[in-house]
Design a protein around this ligand. Structure first.
Ligand SMILES: CC(C)(COP(=O)(O)OP(=O)(O)OC[C@H]1O[C@@H](n2cnc3c(N)ncnc32)[C@H](O)[C@@H]1OP(=O)(O)O)[C@@H](O)C(=O)NCCC(=O)NCCS
Length: 179
């Protein structure tokens, strides 16, 4: 069972099947999935993919969290994730996807921070990574703001990605500097 999180402006609760239509509608916005490969144009495959990710039993403490604003708690804003990289591992991946109406308010960064704390302080994970398309400036900003640094270039399906990463030791020393 995943914990829920609360930040200054947001509620994060484990994603469930109740969120599936909202998730699929978000993915169908071509601006949202511009830099994210997936079966977004095939409704059946898309639904199967989202269900498989909702029902997946990742290691304890890992999964997807749906995001809601405290000011409007019925409106699905998007999700953040902390799962094995590509659902396979061994690295642990952090990720974020928001509906366009929720962009530009700092929500992705605010929602990702408790996941980083959870990964390092509660789960004891050694390293958290994010694979980001080099043109995805907003996502790169989020990664950097939560302490991830560029590491190496990779290719998936002939598309270039950059791996951003943060190690537990660096996270802990940044925490110590902030106290
Ligand atoms: C990536 C995403 C989650 C960011 O959400 P968000 O809530 O707008 O992010 P935040 O407001 O927390 O931070 C975004 C930062 O990028 C900056 N930014 C946004 N768009 C930008 C652009 N086109 N160029 C440069 N910087 C940009 C913002 O100014 C902000 O930085 P700042 O706080 O220093 O001003 C959102 O754009 C999204 O859902 N995109 C589609 C899905 C996606 O690509 N997910 C990531 C896959 S790796």
């Amino acid at each position: 069972m995943l914990p829920a999180f609360e930040t200054e402006r947001l509620f994060l609760r484990p994603r469930t099947m109740a969120d599936i239509d909202a998730c699929m509608a978000m993915d169908r916005d071509p601006e949202v999935t511009k830099y994210v490969p997936g079966p977004w144009h095939n409704p059946q495959e898309h639904r199967r993919f989202v269900i498989s990710r909702i029902e997946a039993e990742f290691a304890p403490g890992l999964g997807y969290w749906s995001i809601f604003a405290k000011a409007q708690p019925e409106l699905f804003l998007g999700w953040v994730l902390l799962i094995p990289d590509n659902a396979i591992g061994p690295d642990i991946e952090i990720g974020w996807r928001l509906n366009r109406h929720a962009w530009g308010k700092g929500y992705a960064t605010e929602a990702a921070r408790p996941l980083v704390d959870h990964a390092f302080l509660f789960l004891g994970i050694e390293r958290v990574v994010a694979s980001i398309h080099p043109d995805n400036a907003a996502s790169i900003h989020v990664a950097k703001k939560i302490g991830l640094r560029p590491e190496r270039d990779t290719i998936h399906d002939e598309t270039p990605y950059q791996t951003y990463a943060i190690n537990r030791v660096d996270f802990l020393s940044s925490q110590a500097l902030n106290t």
